[in-house]
Design a protein around this ligand. Structure first.
Ligand SMILES: *Cc1c(COP(=O)(O)O)cnc(C)c1O
Length: 384
């Protein structure tokens, strides 16, 4: 009996436990301690980001980013429907309306050519999501934002250590959000960060993150007591999670290199199936650098996708689809959307399958995935 191949397995560097046991031995559990500061410094320095605030999740960072935009009821924010619920929830929780735009067939990112026709006098922000660690068309998106005076918030949950024009994703708009959830590349179990790329937002972001108080200014000695100054919540991560995360961030090059090898192995070994037009592989446009977060294939139709997924499962291989489009969900319908409104999102999401991709997957295991796919698609009467 062959062992099961999971879809994902977090990579452990070995230093996580050392860092955490040190904290426990010294009783230094309070938040915003040494490891939280080291994580934000490492991200600021390595990626040249003006200010990074560590958060309890990317969801928390997205909510902070939207709060910083001071939206009013009736305001609109443009985002893809092919994304995780947190992107849309951040908008809806602020009382604004999510306006969904269709995606591109190549990267599955928001189709920048469809953005302008969705802009109304109530549009306040653009919310690009970098799917799979591959950048959106940020030059076009930023110039639309400039022309219409909109804020750009990047959902860079999957974009840590991926680049566009030499700049890390999350640093190209005014605000960006990272995720360190255990399904992402560099993990803390749960964790995130808000990237602030415009100085105007820093002070208020610190206040929002500290329950609406000026505690950070107090800790820096800028005020002699701290008090409630604005609306906020607790968006702060546990110090223990940041100790775990620092070990991961210190190994960012190793983790990325291993993911790259896995990604390229799939591309090489699935190429014959693509040549026979049995599937389309994910690809990275030459002008941007990925972090190899996801390797997906697009099958001919939803039935083939579902059949292949079941076949892989029978063979102990966990391959998974991704987002149910938000616009056609129960919540999306409440905003007046119908499934047909975004045809590419509907079509592509129903034909997409993500293959196991994690640093420790072996070549034998990957070959089993490839052979199992070839076996199934070859039997579908498609043979050349
Ligand atoms: C994972 C993910 C999130 C949420 O991240 P959490 O850290 O789990 O809150 C948001 N948006 C996208 C696109 C994601 O992939």
């Amino acid at each position: 009996m062959q062992s099961n191949i999971p879809f994902n397995k977090p990579f452990i560097t070995g230093r996580e436990l050392d860092y955490i046991s040190g904290l426990i031995a010294e009783g230094r559990l309070s938040a915003d301690g040494y490891y939280t500061r080291r994580c934000s410094q490492l991200l600021e320095e390595r990626f040249g980001i003006l200010k990074v605030l560590m958060t309890s999740s990317c969801t928390a960072a997205l909510e902070m980013a939207v709060m910083l935009c001071e939206l009013e009821p009736g305001d609109e924010v443009i985002l893809p429907s092919f994304t995780f619920v947190s992107t849309a929830n951040a908008v809806v929780r602020a009382g604004a309306k999510p306006v969904f735009v269709d995606i591109r067939a190549d990267t599955l990112n928001i189709d920048e050519t469809l953005i302008e026709q969705s802009i109304t006098p109530r549009t306040r922000a653009l919310f690009p999501v970098h799917y799979a660690g591959v950048a959106c068309e940020m030059r076009a998106i930023n110039s639309i934002a400039e022309k219409h005076k909109l804020v750009v918030i990047e959902d860079a949950a999957q974009g840590v250590n991926a680049f566009y024009d030499g700049r890390v994703l999350g640093s190209l708009g005014q605000l960006g959000a990272f995720s360190f959830h255990d399904t992402k590349n560099y993990v803390a179990g749960e964790g995130g960060a808000l990237c602030i790329n415009s100085p105007d937002y820093i002070e208020r972001a610190e206040i929002i993150r500290e329950k609406g108080t000026n505690r950070n200014r107090f800790l820096r000695g800028e005020v002699d007591k701290y008090t409630w100054v604005d609306v906020g919540s607790s968006f702060i991560p546990p110090e223990i999670a940041c100790a775990f995360l620092l070990a991961q961030l210190e190994a960012i090059d190793e983790i990325t290199a291993r993911r790259r090898e896995v990604y390229e192995f799939y591309r090489e070994n699935l190429a014959p199936l693509e040549e026979r037009e049995l599937l389309t592989m994910s690809r990275i446009p030459a002008d941007r650098q990925s972090n190899y977060h996801i390797f997906f294939v697009l099958l001919e139709d939803p039935e083939t996708r579902d059949g292949l997924m079941a076949h892989l499962k029978q063979n102990g291989i966990s391959a998974v689809f991704h987002y149910i489009p938000l616009h056609s969900s129960e919540m999306g319908k409440r905003f007046g959307y119908e499934a047909e409104d975004l045809p590419l999102t509907e079509d592509l999401s129903a034909r997409l399958l993500r293959l196991p991709l994690f640093p420790d997957i072996t070549r034998d295991e990957q070959m089993r995935v490839v052979n199992c796919i070839a076996d199934y698609l070859g039997r579908q009467g498609h043979s050349v």
